[in-house]
Ligand binder design. Structure first.
Ligand code: MF3
Ligand code: CO
Length: 260
């Protein structure tokens, strides 16, 4: 169904913020627990518990994203090293020193959704991995600054892509951010790679709410699907990083809703 881009009132944005605040708090709790020996499923359990405590509902659990045929069976996406996004958390996947662990998480409360992702370095990581993390985080921060009324989506995408180039890393093709609010995935699609820009640009307007989520890898733009049907990995096996914020475009400029 084509619904177009939703515009949210100040009151609605405050509701989206409520969901986003829970997301931020849960990710904070999760990050503190990411250590060698912990499993991906442990992360899933912590996220579920911390969400319940706060009266929220995990947004991804049993949710069927528009890009999938079946519902997602977990609350978190835990993507480790060469896993880029939508990593299905597994009981036998043990986190080790040197790993890059991305946790993507969403909450729904009072009918509104929030979505955010962080990448956590486990102990000492390599110099290339440090550069990758820095580039991805910087791309997110710079992209947020582009989320202003009157600006164009293509300029935000260009900022993300150019930051990857500056750091000598690769912006993953075909995956990216999205409008968000009443549903987790709304229009518009917010690519990370210039090649994914369609002919039709989008002019940002007050009241739009978007999830911006750069995903970069050390070696390639290309991905493959794992046999679990969900986990997306880099085609060359190189590590990837992912950071995401939900951002409202307001009169006062970009408002990052998933920050504590
Ligand atoms: N933040 C993820 C995204 O925007 C949400 C994944 S939904 C899931 O792609 F159902 F696949 F988990
Ligand atoms: Co998202």
């Amino acid at each position: 169904m084509k619904r177009g881009i939703e515009l949210y009132s100040f009151k609605e944005i405050e509701k989206i913020r409520k969901a986003c605040q829970i997301v931020a708090e849960v990710l904070h709790a999760v990050a503190e627990n990411i250590k060698p020996g912990v499993t991906a499923w442990d992360i899933e359990m912590i996220a579920r518990e911390e969400t319940k405590k706060r009266g929220g509902k995990p947004a991804f659990l049993n949710y069927k994203p528009p890009f999938a045929q079946v519902s997602y069976p977990a609350a978190t996406c835990v993507s480790i090293n060469d896993e880029v996004v939508h990593g299905l958390p597994k009981k036998d996947r043990i986190i080790r020193e040197g790993d890059l662990v991305s946790v993507d998480f969403g909450v729904i409360i009072d009918g509104y959704a929030g979505d955010s992702a962080i990448t956590v370095a486990v102990g000492e990581i390599g110099e290339d991995e440090k550069r990758l993390m820095k580039a991805t985080k910087m791309a997110l921060d710079r992209a947020v600054e582009q989320a202003v009324a009157g600006n164009w989506l293509s300029r935000l995408v260009d900022t993300i892509h150019a930051t990857a180039e500056e750091f000598g890393v690769y912006p993953i093709l075909r995956y990216g951010g999205h409008g968000i609010g009443k549903r987790v995935h709304e229009e518009p699609f917010v690519p990370n790679n210039r090649k994914d820009l369609s002919g039709k640009d989008v002019k940002f307007r007050q009241g739009m709410v978007i999830a911006i989520e750069p995903m970069f890898s050390l070696g390639t733009e290309e991905t493959i699907h794992d046999s679990d049907g969900w986990t997306v990995k880099t085609r060359d096996g190189s590590p990837a990083a992912h950071f995401e914020h939900t951002v409202a475009i307001t009169k006062k400029g970009p408002m990052v809703l998933t920050e504590i």
